[in-house]
Ligand binder design. Structure first.
Ligand SMILES: *Cc1c(COP(=O)(O)O)cnc(C)c1O
Length: 426
């Protein structure tokens, strides 16, 4: 059976398929560069697993307190080696990215300290963690103040405003690598390094934490290679490789990670406790697969940008721009178009392909959100997914795809649904 014949049964028109092939023909060089990055990162992960002498015995389940869990400890060594940090905390007890960031912030900020975001408003869920939107148990409730320096209109760092916002009380600087639900650019590791160096020059000793969500393995270096004291992320995004069913990580200096461990478990206990409950094979294997999974997701993002930009939609990043994360924002200008786009992503899924995504309220978000995901791991956004808050500029944030081939089909079906609804003419 011809490939298109299979796609036809899924509702893909010849016109959309052919348009995709035409876009793809121009992407060979981009894809080759993505593969080279994946090869480098694969080597980095392999080297870390080999030098830590990972053996099949390290996959054993532990229960109860989880004392002397060699598999857990070595996994944390593997993460620390890949991120080139002194220490790492990688646990299923960290329930999501927001939790990992909350642990990192609350462990390293004390009453009277100030937190500074030099890159504008942080990701939606962190606004309640910090207390920008009042919330029980926020950092604000515990006497941690927050300051913010907004980006300039062109998305660059406002160094004068940042210098002015650093005070004698500034203890921690939080830098979000990825754009999140904003249409500002994501930052490259080099840009983050420059900003980190600037902040540390203004205030020697200030700590820098990078929200690395969606950024892992997109480049051959990570923010921890560029001066960050902590890098933090979610295992149901890039580093879990699609296999980790839960979890988060914090890699950084021994001092910072120790504090995070005391905050996560209890003062005095730290990293010594935390049974792995049999999850380690997924964590190890997912981390092993992550560089190539990220490569597939990046190819999908580049393909989507070229396809949609060619139809006149604003894309962030633009089709030709370099990537710093796996997210592709496409501004669709209406709720109807967001719904059609998401319906296409959903229709391409291996799981729940028959479901229809509808906008709804989500904890931690202040406007309705639409989400398309037919994922093996609930809510996993390294798997092919699209989501976005229903508010201007009606942008969908498209990400993931455990394989490039699946990402491609999802993107084509998103366009198909928009064409079917008369929202775009080919
Ligand atoms: C996803 C994300 C988070 C939060 O992660 P969850 O796992 O959804 O809690 C934080 N920051 C950024 C930039 C993200 O993309």
């Amino acid at each position: 059976m011809e490939l298109y014949a299979i796609y036809e049964t899924m509702g893909l028109s010849r016109a959309v398929f052919d348009r995709g092939e035409a876009v793809l023909a121009g992407l060979e060089d981009r894809f080759r560069a993505i593969d080279l990055t994946a090869e480098y990162n694969q080597a980095k992960v392999l080297q870390a697993m080999q030098s830590n002498r990972i053996g099949a015995n390290h996959f054993a389940a532990t229960t109860g307190y989880g004392y002397d869990d060699d598999g857990r400890e070595r996994l944390e060594r593997v993460y620390a080696d890949v991120f080139h940090t002194e220490a790492a905390l990688v646990r299923p007890q960290i329930t999501c990215g927001t939790h990992a960031l909350t642990v990192a912030l609350s462990a390293n900020l004390l009453p009277g300290d100030e937190l500074l975001s030099p890159v504008g408003l942080p990701y939606d869920t962190l606004q309640e963690v910090i207390g920008i939107r009042p919330s029980p148990c926020s950092l604000a409730e515990y006497g941690v103040a927050y300051r913010q320096a907004d980006l300039k209109a062109d998305g660059s760092f406002d160094y004068d405003a940042i210098r002015a916002a650093i005070t004698p009380k500034t203890k921690l600087i939080t830098i979000q690598r990825s754009k999140g639900y904003a249409t500002r650019p994501s930052f490259s590791v080099r840009q983050i390094g420059e900003l980190t160096a600037f902040c540390k020059a203004v205030k020697p000793g200030v700590k820098v934490m990078v929200d690395n969500c969606y950024g892992e393995f997109v480049d051959v270096i990570e923010p921890s290679d560029a001066g960050a004291d902590m890098v933090v992320g979610s295992l149901i995004k890039n580093p879990g490789g699609g296999l980790a069913p839960i979890g988060g990580y914090i890699c950084g200096t021994q001092e910072c990670v120790d504090r995070c461990a005391y905050r996560l478990s209890a003062p005095g206990l730290g990293q010594e406790v935390g049974a792995n409950l049999g999850i380690l094979p997924a964590f190890y294997q997912g981390f092993f697969l992550a560089p190539t999974v990220v490569a597939g997701a990046l190819k999908g993002a580049v393909f989507a940008a070229h396809l949609y930009e060619g139809l006149g939609f604003r894309c962030v990043p633009a089709a030709g721009e370099p990537r710093s994360d796996i997210i592709q924002a496409v501004e669709l200008s209406s709720e109807a178009a967001m719904c059609a786009f998401c319906a296409g992503i959903q229709a391409a899924a291996p799981v729940d392909s028959f479901a229809a995504p509808v906008p709804g309220d989500m904890p931690g978000y202040d406007s309705k959100v639409i989400m398309a995901a037919g994922a093996f791991v609930q809510g996993s956004s390294i798997e092919l997914s699209a989501d976005g808050p229903i508010r201007p500029p009606y942008a969908v944030y498209f990400q993931g795809g455990l394989t490039w081939q699946h990402a491609k089909l999802g993107i084509l079906l998103s366009l198909q649904k928009m064409a079917d609804a008369g929202l775009v003419t080919l």
